[in-house]
Write a protein that binds this ligand. Structure first.
Ligand code: PMP
Ligand code: GLU
Length: 396
């Protein structure tokens, strides 16, 4: 007989993955589902990346590698940052893991534990809170508002810091809101971080998916020496449509990378050798594929926001990055839609799924009641059909 450990018993299943699984289940039952739940590009991985993986297999790169990743990939990552942001570091400061989610886990496991507090601005990506909790540390949420563009100010950060605060988690462009902090907003936050010696985990996984005049900023580069206080997380899942390859990385001060490497060497050993070679091709190869996908996401953003804002009672701020629309649905709370009583974002999303088969993720999963998230990493045809269904749902 087993009992479940305190750590595992405290972990919630990922709400985004659970929503994706629900859609999959309905599809296997033969139902048509308009699935806007998962943040997963619908594009196939570009061919030159797949070719590099195939070549790696034929060349015999099918064995264990160094636990932190092959030097060629760590070098390719260092070159990419130098080229993109002028950010220079040693390839030995890079650790490659099984997706950015795993990098986040390793970063937290290496730096916080019981008695420590991690600051998380809300709305936040569902996994942050559980990943912190799994280390035994606690988290402190800093609420932001739609009026502030869902961005935490430097003053809010400063006010949230206590003697137990070890880290703040930043995510720009952000999931679920698509908010992109400006350089000056991040500089103000960087000044607080430098002054208070707080650590930062900066999750920059959507950095290549920004729209209009918005620009992604590499937080670690904002002040001289700031990189000593920052763990930069990113990966190829979103920009190169490589979610299934499970490739993410962290760039950290050397002693932190070493600690993360020790954790990883006991936990999973190296990430997939084949995926590592594919990732070199993604980073060193022709970048035109990224721009093609980015442009399509931007067109979908305009389509989605235009259509959602035309629906009665819906208010959808325009996201500057990522591929999510995070829209306000509070006007429907207390109403009955298709015979379902709507009291909050969870009842709204489950009623939309059950009645018109539109699959969204409830805002409460991201720490923001009153909203729903729609991932537009799906075709324009699906977007149009799904929003037609949503319009029908909202008519009651
Ligand atoms: N960070 C954020 C903000 C995300 O939305 C995701 C979603 N996948 C991840 C990290 C994890 O990405 P990966 O698929 O590389 O684990
Ligand atoms: N990050 C994506 C999302 O928020 C993928 C799912 C996940 O990793 O949780 O939908």
């Amino acid at each position: 007989m087993f009992s479940i450990s305190k750590m595992a018993a405290g972990v919630q299943p990922s709400a985004t993955l659970a929503a994706g699984a629900k859609a999959r289940q309905l599809k296997t039952e033969g139902k048509i589902v308009y699935d806007f739940s998962l943040g997963e590009p619908d594009f196939n991985t570009p061919k030159h990346i797949c070719d590099a993986a195939y070549k790696a297999m034929l060349d015999g790169h099918t064995h264990y590698t160094a636990a932190a990743g092959i030097p060629e990939l760590r070098g390719a990552i260092a070159r990419w940052y130098k080229r993109t942001y002028g950010f220079e570091f040693s390839p030995e400061q890079v650790i490659v893991s099984n997706g950015a989610k795993h990098s986040l886990h390793n970063a937290l496991a290496a730096t916080v534990g019981p008695g420590d507090e991690v600051i998380i601005p809300t709305p936040y990506w569902v996994s942050y809170s559980d990943l912190v909790q799994m280390t035994g540390a606690t988290y402190k949420l800093v609420p932001t508002t739609e009026a502030s563009g869902f961005k935490m100010t430097a003053a809010q950060l400063k006010a949230a810091i206590t003697p137990r605060s070890k880290l703040v988690m930043l995510n720009s462009p952000g999931n679920p809101t698509g908010s992109v902090y400006s350089r000056s907003e991040l500089e103000a936050i960087a000044d607080v971080v430098v002054e208070t010696k707080l650590g930062v985990i900066s999750d920059e996984i959507y950095e290549q998916l920004v729209f209009g005049n918005a620009k992604a900023t590499c937080f670690a580069t904002l002040r001289p020496g700031l990189a000593n206080q920052v763990i930069t997380i990113s990966g190829v899942s979103k920009s190169y449509a490589m979610t299934g390859w499970r490739m993410g990385w962290a760039i950290a001060p050397m002693h932190v990378t070493k600690a993360m490497g020790n954790v990883q060497s006991q936990e999973t050993s190296n990430p997939s050798s084949i995926s590592q070679y594919a990732t070199i091709a993604a980073l060193d190869g022709d970048q035109a594929c990224v721009e093609v996908m980015r442009k399509e996401f931007e067109a979908r953003r305009d389509l989605v926001c235009g259509r959602l804002n035309a629906l009665p009672g819906i208010r959808c701020p325009i996201p500057d990055g990522a591929f999510y629309a995070f829209f306000n649905i509070e006007a429907y709370f207390g109403k009955t839609l298709k015979s379902k009583k709507i009291t909050d974002s969870t009842t709204f999303c489950s009623a939309a799924l059950e009645t018109v088969h539109v699959n969204l993720v409830q805002g409460s999963a991201f720490g923001a009641e009153g909203y729903a998230r729609l991932s537009f990493a799906t075709s324009r045809e699906q977007i149009n059909k799904g929003i037609d269904k949503l319009a029908d749902f909202l008519q009651g």
